[in-house]
Design a protein around this ligand. Structure first.
Ligand code: GLU
Length: 289
């Protein structure tokens, strides 16, 4: 076992992100209750070890679409499409939370909801308040469940994807580890769905330009918004803020405790605190390029 993996055993504050494609059955778009249940059980167990746990979960829009039978977000123009998307998010976020609360309650675990936009971080007072709320919840032993506030977040104020959001949350709360649960084992030298010679990369010590160029916009799913690009962006935010990050496959949720046991699972991005990295400034320039 490498010393870096061994050190993961000592991590105290863990942020876990799971995407829509990992929470739904691909055939129907309905929630995968077995996976959700396993996820919640794992998180409660990590909490029972005395660690702080935060869950960043997608699935609001997907759940809302499903509830009102909308297969595709359509509309006469962009505004109308946006309104449909936001209505679906409003419906779905409540449903998603209802399901989470029900399962967390089975393990006697209190969970809370935090919805964020870009302004939560870019605005000094909002960021201060959000930081205090997270700290207070963690102190109370509560598991915060985070998503973007998709009911109000339009292009100008959205973070845009939950890979980035989870890294921002990890930086905001001074987490020790961010785990991105995805439909892929980790980082490869190329897209393994298309290139059988693509090689798995178990550890990334520094984010080089070459590595960043490897990120391709493909998750193999049509529900989440994150591809490898957004995962590498998340790695930049997390590692630059001093947070180690692991990308691992959500196919077996048990991977969570194996990672925390120091096992060689997924790709580990090693933290290297960058004193020049300013979270608020970074968030402020998102989508401005
Ligand atoms: N916030 C969106 C949702 O809950 C998903 C964003 C993402 O998948 O990255 O539906």
């Amino acid at each position: 076992m490498s010393t870096l993996r061994e050190a993961i055993k000592e991590k105290q504050r863990i942020v876990v992100k799971i995407g829509s494609s990992s929470l739904q059955h691909a055939q129907t778009g309905d929630l995968d209750y077995i996976r959700l249940e396993k996820l919640v059980r794992e998180l409660c167990d990590i909490r029972n070890q005395g660690k702080d746990v935060i869950l960043v979960t997608s699935g609001a829009i997907a759940c809302g679409r499903k509830a009102v039978g909308i297969r595709e977000i359509t509309g006469e123009n962009k505004e109308q499409q946006m309104a449909v998307k936001q209505a679906c998010a409003a419906i779905g976020q409540a449903r998603l939370m209802m399901t989470y609360q029900k399962i967390f309650a089975e393990y006697n675990q209190v969970a809370a909801q935090i919805l964020m936009t870009k302004n939560t971080i870019a605005d000094d007072l909002n960021r201060f308040n959000a930081h205090n709320t997270f700290s207070q919840l963690l102190q109370m032993g509560v598991i915060p469940i985070v998503n973007e506030n998709d009911t109000v977040a339009t292009y100008e104020i959205e973070i845009g994807d939950n890979d980035t959001l989870s890294a921002i949350v990890a930086a905001l709360v001074d987490a020790d580890l961010l785990i991105l649960l995805s439909d892929i084992d980790g980082l490869y030298t190329d897209d393994p769905h298309r290139n059988p010679d693509a090689k798995f990369i178990p550890q990334v010590d520094g984010l080089t330009e070459e590595l960043l160029a490897m990120g391709k916009d493909s998750t193999g799913s049509d529900v989440g918004t994150g591809g490898m690009n957004t995962k590498l962006q998340a790695a930049r935010i997390a590692t630059g803020s001093g947070v180690d990050m692991v990308i691992a496959n959500s196919g077996d949720i048990g991977v969570l405790h194996r990672i925390l046991d120091g096992k060689e699972e997924g790709t580990l991005f090693v933290a290297h605190t960058d004193d020049g990295f300013d979270l608020a400034q970074f968030v402020n320039q998102l989508h401005r390029q």
